[in-house]
Design a protein around this ligand. Structure first.
Ligand code: OAD
Length: 240
């Protein structure tokens, strides 16, 4: 931890890539953990894909309403709050997340780069018109219909087989190329192109600190691995 704190102190430009692990201590399930992960209990192809939505829009809609309720009940944890403090101490700090929850924003982070969209945002699956969720939609058994074209409304998250928002991916790539320290927090490093960002940072000369209780495919890239929960490691890293 001392070497990591020194590396952070020496950094001129810091960026951070987070995954579901940063929200785990807030009670938001991750995706791939054997017992608690979302994918351990559900088939992602059936629930988080255009094919799954076309086959059973009601099932997918109800699943996302349940996940949205869980996110809204969750509170930012000490890891989210520590990252928000970094934004105040490093003016050029850039936060990139794979998460679709808004816990970074609720902790006080600004300009969060959401690579995989946001679960509380919605748009028409046919014409793309942005949709504002109504109270009655939360209990509905089917997705609402678009007022402009009658298409089904969906959450504005990236589904399997879909591309990432080009502006978000460009901003994330720019952030990791121009940082000299990248924190990689709470991600299994299995889903590309997000998982390719740490290698891009290394090629550009950045150092990498991984924060994760478990080793993973990104660990060999890291200059330092802090093996513990981000809710404990990030405050310690900041000395808060
Ligand atoms: P995963 O569920 O794949 O991985 C969660 C990671 O968090 C694992 O490496 C855990 O070891 C780690 N972890 C668990 N608890 C932690 C804690 N308290 N502190 C720090 N780390 C902890 O989630 P992601 O890597 O985010 O994509 O998954 C990437 C993408 O795969 C998601 O964005 C989603 C999914 O398909 C889309 O929805 C497009």
């Amino acid at each position: 931890m001392d070497a990591a704190r020194e590396m952070l102190r020496e950094a001129a430009a810091v960026a951070c890539l987070t995954g579901a692990g940063v929200s785990a201590e807030s009670g938001v399930p991750t995706f791939r953990e054997a017992q608690t992960g979302l994918w351990a209990r559900f088939d992602p192809e059936r629930l988080a894909s255009p094919q799954g939505f076309a086959a059973d829009p009601g099932l997918v809609w109800r699943w996302y309403m349940e996940r949205l309720t869980g996110v809204e009940k969750a509170l930012p944890n000490r890891g989210h709050l520590a990252l928000a403090q970094m934004g105040q101490r490093w003016p050029g700090f850039r936060l990139i997340t794979q998460n679709v929850d808004d816990l970074h924003e609720r902790a006080g982070c600004a300009d969060v780069i959401h690579l995989h969209g946001r679960i509380a945002h919605f748009h028409c699956n046919r014409c793309g018109t942005v949709y504002r969720l109504q109270a009655e939609d939360r209990r509905a058994s089917q997705p609402p219909r678009c007022a402009a074209c009658g298409g089904a409304v969906r959450p504005s998250v990236v589904w399997f087989g879909e591309g990432l928002p080009t502006d978000a991916l460009a901003a994330a790539t720019d952030a990791v190329i121009h940082c000299d320290l990248l924190l990689v927090v709470g991600t299994s490093g299995l889903v590309y192109p997000a998982a390719g960002l740490p290698a891009t940072a290394k090629r550009a000369g950045s150092r990498v600190i991984e924060i994760n209780p478990e080793p993973g495919p990104l660990s060999p890239l890291a200059d330092i691995c802090l093996r513990g929960p981000s809710g404990e490691m990030l405050p310690q890293l900041l000395g808060t």
